[in-house]
Design a binder for this molecule. Structure first.
Ligand SMILES: [Zn+2]
Length: 341
């Protein structure tokens, strides 16, 4: 089995993949339909997206299992299929990764995606640690059995849920990566700062920590830069492809491949080891990121240059206590949709 650290030791950085959900929409996924069912209903489409990312240069792909907990699948009356759907997700990614390695001569890591349950912890909601851990354990065990190299806890907003997911994932014996989403005035929806998350997640045993999803590349980079000095682990940046905006009733991402290529190089300059994209990031974006990372030497991080290229982080997101003129900021509320990348 290829480990994260062996791959990192080899190159110093790893290019991950892009979005799952937003690319499936292009392949015909209907809004509200659980992508995890595609692992058994349309496995060729799931495999095709993995393959497209691998051939674009991804050395790490996430399984199609983000919503694969009992709690999320229950919304679709598929709560009894946790084992089956997660096993299928891991097997599809494993096959695509192994075929990609044979084709391109580059190992590809399979990271078993574990997203939030969607439930709130007590006292705000009904979820408690034992319930969450049991749900994540069932998912993690199926992903491990299907051939995942590591487990990838992502899009989290509460530390309690992060701990339950890391504990569950670590019980399989695999390495665990953990990412939180920072989309609310530089904090997670539950008020956690990137620095606190990084310290705590590393303390819970995560082998690497980072941020995914949220607003745009500028905000993502701002969040992960706060983590780097806090931990001795590799740090992950998996940012959305630009700022999500509602256009004609749908979510659109306007980030170009060039923008994501700039973001990737600045992230590496800032000390980030695992770099990828989240919502809106297509194989074309990943190909541009791969090419830029290969052709650009790692530089000393230049914040002014990063701001010029990516924009000012949180510029359009009100900070706590801050008032914006009515109808002024324009982007207020954007970037809050998540749960599917
Ligand atoms: Zn996302």
């Amino acid at each position: 089995m290829t480990t994260l650290n062996a791959t990192l030791a080899d190159a110093g950085w790893i290019l991950a993949d892009g979005a799952t959900g937003t690319n499936y929409f292009k392949q015909g996924l209907e809004t509200g339909y659980p992508p995890e069912l595609w692992n058994v209903e349309r496995p060729e489409d799931v495999a095709a997206l993995h393959t497209a990312f691998i051939d674009a240069g991804s050395q790490l792909v996430l399984t199609n299992s983000f919503g694969g907990t009992h709690h999320r699948l229950r919304l679709h009356d598929a709560q009894d299929r946790v084992g089956e759907l997660n096993l299928a997700a891991a097997r599809l990614a494993r096959q695509a990764a192994d075929a990609g390695r044979d084709r391109n001569g580059r190992p590809v890591l399979v990271a078993g995606s574990i997203g939030p349950t969607g439930e709130l912890f007590a006292p705000m909601g009904a979820l408690d640690y034992d319930d969450a851990r049991a749900a994540f354990t069932k998912q993690a065990e199926a992903l491990a059995e299907g051939g995942a190299d590591l487990l990838w806890v992502e899009t989290m907003s509460s530390l309690e849920e992060v701990q339950a997911a890391i504990d569950a994932a670590a019980s399989t014996g695999l390495e665990v990566a953990a990412c939180m989403t920072f989309d609310t005035a530089a904090r997670s929806m539950m008020g956690v700062t990137p620095a606190d998350f990084a310290r705590q997640a590393a303390g819970f045993g995560a082998a690497c920590v980072g941020a995914n999803c949220g607003i745009g590349p500028a905000e993502l980079l701002h969040s992960v830069r706060e983590m780097v000095p806090m931990v001795g682990t590799p740090v992950i940046a998996k940012g959305n492809c630009g700022i999500p905006e509602y256009v004609d009733g749908g979510i659109h991402y306007h980030g170009t491949p060039e923008l994501m290529a700039e973001y990737a190089c600045f992230a590496r300059d800032a000390g980030i080891s695992i770099i990828g994209g989240c919502c809106g990031t297509t194989p074309d974006h990943v190909a541009a990121m791969a090419s830029a990372l290969r052709s650009t030497p790692t530089r000393t991080f230049d914040n002014e240059a990063a701001l010029a290229a990516l924009g000012m982080p949180w510029k359009d997101v009100p900070m706590p206590g801050e008032r914006r003129p009515e109808g002024g900021a324009g982007r207020r509320g954007r970037g809050r949709r998540r749960g599917r990348d």
